[in-house]
Design a protein around this ligand. Sequence first.
Ligand code: ARG
Length: 461
Amino acid sequence: MALWGGRFEKDMDQIVKAFNASIGFDQRMYNEDIDGSIAHVTMLAAQGIVTEDERDQIIAGLESIRKRIADGEIVFDVEDEDIHMGIESRLIQDIGEVGKKLHTARSRNDQCQVDGRLYLKKEIRQIMDELMELEDVILRKADQYADEITVGFTHIQHAQPITIGFIFMAYFQMFRRDIERLSDTLERMDLNPLGACALAGTTFPTDRKLTSELLGFRGPTENAMDSVSDRDYAIEFLSDASISMMHISRWAEEFAWWNSSEFSFISIDDSFCTGSSIMPQKKNPDMAELLRGKSGRVYGDLMQMLTVMKGTPLAYNKDFQEDKEGLFDAADTWKACVRIFTRMLDKTEFRVDRIREHLDQGFLNATDVAEHLAMEGIPFREAHNIVGRMVKACEERGCQLEDLTDKELTEIDPRVNKESLGDISIRACVDARRSYGGTAPSEVRRQVGEGRKWLDSLSEK
Ligand code: ARG
């Protein structure tokens, strides 16, 4: 019979046991569960609710269980129901009657939340480390490719020339926000639900500030009912994960395109590609595609959690046990994706020779010509129209804007000649886009410097 079986006459049906159990997935929080129990019993002793000797016996018992789980000596099964029961029942088996005092002034409803939050805090720190490593690689690559020019697209059409370093710094900003978002989530969820008990607190003279301190939380949660009913910290984490996976997925998509024979802008390292079982020539960008695909699964985890919570009344409901698998899956997936992506990025070379072949297609310097004409005093809207007509003339002649003769230009508009166009080489166009946040190499280097300062300040924390 289960530890809670006092009012029951019959044991649970075997298939009900299996259906009810969360031990299959919540056992990965065994360390957090034991940490929570040690903090709890330390507080119970400090408050005179158990004796110091009882505390010491319980702590020694828990530490021995921790070691045996780590060594694979304890194997849980559905009879354990969940990690809380699995550990507590073994404690009672091991140390006898005194073990039965551990569950004084707490409930599994707050206990599972302590475990969940401690576990998630640890995961968040690891994911932040991975994201910081990604940012470090991005900064190095941005610096390496600060001068190299590539095609900037809008609507997947050639738009304006940009530097490769500039693209890196665009993604740098996205991942920076991912880190900041995660850090906000961590700050908000860093409160201790332990002592909320089933839903309404307890008649025991507990000290929730002490357990918070012992467990490294900023402080106790404010309202007991909220503490056991809320899963918005998990939803927030899953939202952070979804947004970040969307960023990874977008860049992975670009990687797959850039790596295609049509583009050949990059060459993804062999060690991040796979071959085909039938087509001997193939080198497929599978990692990029998997990174893109895995975003779908993390969004699914978020949707699952939102749906589980919707319509559940206060306070604890067993639906909430469904909060774990999606959370673990999202954390595992996100962490693995950042790690793979960082390594893949680090090993990817840009084929500047191949990129160069694309630079004289699509009139990448058209905006620059219009801007030069506007600086000569022609209102921008008119300049835009003139360059539009120049592009049309070029298309008819099959040439570039810089190939139009003085005569052809004057025919389009009497105010325009070769001199008024200024230097419209792709290099000059890129170098001149020095506006704050622009693509010029000097500006990209400034952004890299700024990014480095921010990243260093994070590492110091
Ligand atoms: N395994 C449960 C969960 O993860 C623990 C809480 C159970 N509480 C209860 N009253 N049945 O949600």
